[in-house]
Design a protein around this ligand. Structure first.
Ligand SMILES: [Fe+2]
Length: 374
């Protein structure tokens, strides 16, 4: 049996952020907590969302104490402000971190179970209640796809591990994808977040399971990345390229309801232990992971390579694109050393993502993949 669903209403287009207020009002709420982070606020990206909300008569309170990799403290602080504002909905503005934090703040508002018990690795999502308040997402990057994803990731205090909370009840009711909100992204962030989108599409397409819709969306997403990522990096104000990458990011996250793979298991501890940007961590590990998976799914790997311009060698095609968008290869260039790898592999083995990798991987395999990425 397979279950296939794509329920979030997605509004796409330059200038569409002005619909935010009407969309929130249509959900029947009048008080909202706007979750962002310091960078979003500093770059002036809250202005358009806040004026759209105000124009529709909504009472807003802004919460920006969200770290680059959201922590349990961030979620607890946000939930307190949600309660004291008497909010009825959450609007997330930003990249993956504020969007994930917003979903988990909405969850925390109605569920006090420890996050350890909600961990996807033990199928904790079954405890997520149906009463999670409405969530609206407004991405300002093009990578995570969290705007249409059904999970939030946070670093737990008890384990220090990046932990996925997964439930369809964390899906946004509405996502507004306005490419104008992404033009201020610096080149490095455009490249790294774009590689997160690519990794979602590639890992979803290669992952275990039967999901023809997700497969088709993943392939479409890879095609968009191949077409638009370099353009978006080279020409930040190219709205067509920015829009193409927003679509690719959104499609990647829809596709990965099928599952992700070993690359994300490798990436998560690189962020929680060493603070690497999530998209960068994926970019550095993806070619070895695809090479590792090749014997298990050769036809699929070939198709990924073909979309990226080299059907005979998908890992090389990915590495070539990575270098064209200015990402320096090698975990060593991001400060990782050989002695870091064994503890990282231990954490990666505990991560749930590699369970859907097309080729089973042990802790030893994960260590080998880190070495190959060094
Ligand atoms: Fe990701």
């Amino acid at each position: 049996m397979s279950i296939w669903s794509f329920p979030t209403k997605i509004i796409f287009g330059a200038g569409e952020i002005q619909k935010l207020g009407a969309e929130a009002a249509a959900l029947g709420v009048s008080r909202v907590l706007v979750v962002a982070d310091a960078g979003v606020e500093k770059n002036g990206l809250l202005q358009a969302p806040l004026s759209a909300l105000a124009a529709a008569g909504l009472v807003t309170h802004v919460f920006t104490r969200v770290d680059g990799n959201p922590t349990e403290q961030n979620i607890e602080d946000g939930a307190k402000e949600y309660a004291s504002h008497r909010a009825e909905a959450v609007v997330a503005v930003g990249g993956g971190s504020p969007m994930d934090a917003a979903k988990l703040i909405a969850l925390r508002a109605v569920c006090s179970l420890p996050f350890e018990e909600l961990d996807d690795a033990i199928d904790g999502g079954v405890h997520v209640p149906a009463t999670v308040p409405p969530i609206i997402t407004v991405p300002t990057t093009a990578g995570t796809g969290s705007e249409v994803g059904r999970s939030g990731v946070l670093t737990l205090r008890s384990t220090g591990r990046k932990t996925v909370i997964f439930s369809p009840r964390l899906l946004a009711k509405v996502a507004i994808l306005d490419p104008e909100l992404t033009v201020s992204m610096p080149k490095g962030v455009t490249a790294a977040t774009g590689f997160d989108a690519l990794t979602h599409c590639v890992e979803a397409y290669l992952s275990l399971g039967d999901h023809p819709l997700a497969d088709a969306i993943a392939l479409g997403g890879i095609e968009l990345v191949a077409h638009y990522l370099e353009r978006a990096v080279a020409e930040p104000t190219d709205l067509e390229a920015r829009g193409g990458m927003m679509k690719a990011a959104m499609m990647g996250a829809i596709a990965f309801q099928k599952g992700l793979g070993a690359c994300h298991s490798l990436a998560h501890p690189l962020s929680s232990e060493h603070g690497l940007h999530h998209g960068l961590a994926n970019a550095l590990c993806l070619p070895p992971v695809v090479a590792f998976n090749q014997p298990a799914v050769p036809d699929r790997v070939r198709r990924v390579g073909a979309l990226l311009g080299n059907p005979a060698d998908a890992p090389a095609a990915i590495a070539a694109l990575r270098s064209r968008v200015g990402i320096q290869a090698g975990l060593a260039s991001a400060g990782i050393r050989e002695e870091h790898l064994a503890p990282l592999a231990q954490k990666a083995a505990l991560d749930a993502c590699h369970r859907s990798n097309p080729r089973p991987c042990s802790e030893e395999d994960l260590l080998g993949l880190y070495r190959a990425s060094l």
